[in-house]
Design a protein around this ligand. Structure first.
Ligand SMILES: *[C@@H]1O[C@H](CO)[C@@H](O)[C@H](O)[C@H]1NC(C)=O
Ligand SMILES: *[C@@H]1O[C@H](CO)[C@@H](O)[C@H](O)[C@H]1NC(C)=O
Length: 505
């Protein structure tokens, strides 16, 4: 009897064991997530998007092996709000990264400001912890430099990089150089322990950031734990830099040298993933925080391809970004998706990959792009273009409606600050803030990606026209959109009003 019982237990144990093994085989750990976020890199900087020098072979190959998104957008034309939107899945007007001190003014966190990411916001790495992820940020944080805003206080487990841009050098009396951190410790400063030679453009930062990425990936692989790597490097933000082997190698000058070094680094990250056998279990997404900074071009700024103006503006050049998704074995090679995508979708998509749901106690603006990446689905959705607290424009389908047009003030313009150098579209690239809320200025982005030929009212269906003529917000309220018609009908949305949380202080 005892022998039989023992045998039965043994058999049962064997069953349990093989079921557990099966479970492991069928539910491997959730995919790793690698977000490669560039700084001020433009849509037109990639060979695959038509850059004539064709100096991005690794990024072009990444696109050929995955999915290219030609219609992918930032959530703001400036770095801090855009990064806050990526990590919270929410528009800057919801997560606090805006100012109400001036109309249509973008807000960010230079070293002089005391504000930063509110504790009440749930950041992607905080949420990914629930699914066992280890998270690292490499490079620029830009969501506040005071202790309460430290990335390790907001879900990241590791950090190598800086709270701010690599501006400088400063005199260290009135203003210290910008610090560089490893986790909680300040390990040096730009222009000191981490030299940037403004004369030659030489700096080794991209190489350091690359090494950090390779090392982190390898360590997590050894631990057999899922990881989130947020590689937020900044060599294409003025002052642009590259290491010695890349300096002077581009057809495009120093900015191109920086691009070449980044392209080479992306190639090394992807081949490292392949080398460790992780490529089928790692989604890699490449994009940029805002459009190329044409104020710094052509020496220190990139290209927005056929799009109008650049960083700081809500024309296409300010917010349409290069974007590539790569996940061999899952995302089929050689695809182009015309899905309207947003940097905020990376939040929701990452949670979905991890098997998590976005927080339900707040509005999340990001969509889950997995159905697009894996099944080629196209979802109808608007893209909102904010400048500070002001909704400047909306795109739905092929149509873009501008409620406000503005480049920068005449005062700034006369001092030589120009967000649209060499581009003057009469009545569009205005230097006074022009209101079009009664009668939006509408472009067809398919036929006119450069926003040069506004549609006349008579070119729109009558139904759209009566919608456009209605409704306006009360002062002091921000604007959100309600979709009334599908983009197939060629209509743009009607507005509705909402109160919003307080601004960045
Ligand atoms: C970069 O690293 C090389 C090799 O270690 C070194 O010779 C060079 O001085 C470094 N350059 C800067 C700007 O730090
Ligand atoms: C742009 O062109 C318009 C008309 O063609 C002109 O009135 C305006 O002054 C120009 N603006 C700039 C900034 O050159």
């Amino acid at each position: 009897m005892a022998a039989v019982a023992e045998a039965t237990t043994g058999w049962w144990l064997l069953l349990v064991l093989s079921a557990a093994e099966l479970a492991v085989a069928h539910h491997p750990q959730p995919p790793n997530i690698v977000l490669l976020l560039m700084d001020d890199m433009g849509w037109g900087d990639l060979g695959v998007n038509g850059e004539p020098s064709r100096e991005t072979p690794n990024l072009d190959r990444m696109a050929a092996e995955g999915m290219l998104f030609p219609n992918f957008y930032s959530a703001n034309p400036l770095c801090s709000p855009s990064r806050a939107a990526l990590l919270t899945g929410r528009l800057p007007i919801r997560n606090g990264f805006y100012t109400s001190s001036a109309h249509a003014r973008n807000a960010y966190t230079p070293q002089e400001i005391v504000g930063g990411i509110p504790d009440s916001e749930h950041l992607l790495p905080e949420l990914l912890k629930e699914a066992g992820y280890t998270s690292k940020i490499v490079g620029k944080w830009h969501l506040g430099h005071r202790p309460q805003f430290h990335p390790l206080r907001h879900g990241f487990d590791e950090w190598f990089g800086s709270p701010n841009c690599h501006f400088g050098p400063y005199d260290n009396r009135a203003k210290p150089n910008i610090p560089v951190y490893r986790d909680w410790e300040m390990v040096g400063r730009f222009y000191e322990e981490f030299p940037i030679n403004l004369k030659t453009g030489e700096a080794n930062l991209t190489q350091l950031y690359l090494q950090e990425a390779l090392d982190f990936i390898e360590r997590q692989h050894t631990r057999q734990r899922p990881f989130f790597l947020y590689w937020a490097i900044d060599a294409t933000h003025a002052p642009v830099y590259a290491s010695r082997p890349f300096l002077g190698t581009s057809q495009r000058g120093r900015y191109g040298d920086a691009i070449r070094e980044i392209d080479d680094s992306v190639g090394k990250i992807l081949s490292h993933l392949r080398g460790l056998g992780l490529e089928k279990n790692t989604l890699v997404f490449f994009t940029s925080d805002n459009g190329a900074a044409l104020i710094s071009a052509p020496e220190q700024g990139g290209s927005n391809g056929p799009f109008l103006c650049g960083k700081q503006t809500t024309f296409e050049g300010g917010m349409r970004e290069p974007a590539i998704a790569w996940w061999p074995g899952h995302i089929a090679a050689g695809q182009v998706s015309h899905q309207l995508g947003s940097i905020m979708d990376l939040f929701t998509t990452s949670l979905s990959l991890a098997g998590l749901k976005p927080p339900s106690d707040r509005v999340i603006d990001g969509l889950d792009l997995l159905p697009t990446m894996l099944q080629g689905q196209i979802m109808d959705r608007p893209i909102f273009y904010y400048r500070g607290n002001t909704l400047m424009a909306v795109t739905l389908g092929q149509h873009k409606a501008h409620f406000w047009t503005w480049t920068n003030s005449w005062e700034e313009f006369r001092q030589g600050i120009n967000f649209c150098p060499g581009q003057n579209v009469s009545g569009v690239t205005t230097h006074t803030q022009e209101e079009h809320t009664e009668l939006p200025l509408i472009f067809h982005l398919g036929r006119d990606p450069g926003e040069r030929f506004p549609l006349r009212a008579t070119m729109l269906p009558r139904k759209c026209w009566s919608i456009l003529a209605r409704g306006r917000c009360l002062p002091g309220r921000s604007v959100f959109m309600e979709l009334l018609f599908s983009s197939q009908e060629g209509c743009v949305p009607l507005w509705m009003c909402e109160t919003t949380p307080g601004p960045l202080s």
